[in-house]
Write a protein that binds this ligand. Sequence first.
Ligand SMILES: C[S@@+](CC[C@H](N)C(=O)[O-])C[C@H]1O[C@@H](n2cnc3c(N)ncnc32)[C@H](O)[C@@H]1O
Length: 261
Amino acid sequence: MLFLNDQFESYYNTIYGKRWAGLRESLIKESEPIPYSDGLVTPYMLDHASVLAALSLRIPGEGPILDACAAPGGKSLVIASIMCPQSTLLSNELSGERRRRLVKVLDEHLPPEKRERVTVSGFDAAAAGGKKSEHKRFAAILLDAPCSSERHVINNEKALAEWTPARPRFLAKRQWALLSSAFLLLQPGASLVYATCAISPEENDGVTSRLVDKYRDTVILDPPDFSEGGETQYGRIILPDLCGGMGPMYVARFKKAFLTP
Ligand SMILES: C[S@@+](CC[C@H](N)C(=O)[O-])C[C@H]1O[C@@H](n2cnc3c(N)ncnc32)[C@H](O)[C@@H]1O
């Protein structure tokens, strides 16, 4: 079934030009998740682009890792499967209902020795940076932020009918609150990955550029290592039209510098 919204078409046509028709078609097709099974008790179905995003996080030798927006838990499983024995993972999710799903996913897929090092919490990750006591707490942070999710919107009649350009604008603001908060929670020298499944650059690079501008003395851009997709100004984006149906997935990676006195 093909749904249409003129504002949506015009917004993405302006951004992607001639590429939009093909990209649109690829977003309408169902994604094809594959079983991720490394270090898990039972495989979990994940889009390969999500695996690449989670694997982008530089895993510390020790210390607490935060998955700031974790439900339903696919990326937490990937991180838990590769984290070092001296590390713990805090899988955080604001929504109570989604948090219950997260716990179930972790319980079902992680072996006991990994599961006992993963804790689930439910704080507002956008507000956590406002607490000085939380600053520099984490040795690595994954922020897989709530986003435009155009692949969902384009396939959902109601969501598409309700779409206006205010949606990416609103979500970019929400992502900025989350990203700037996450940066404060990060230890000097630690790795931060900001990922979304949005194709709107107002989110993605638009949000990353605010971090780079605001913390220019302490943010170090650390582009992700994977080669899938294309480079953007600050990160990489995997789009389904040119990546065999994978994605969308935008990934930017940063390190926090040690400030010299
Ligand atoms: C893109 S989804 C995360 C997907 C997840 N990382 C995975 O791989 O399965 C974003 C999640 O962030 C949660 N969220 C939204 N705002 C939040 C906030 N302020 N603090 C914590 N979680 C939040 C949403 O409820 C949603 O479950």
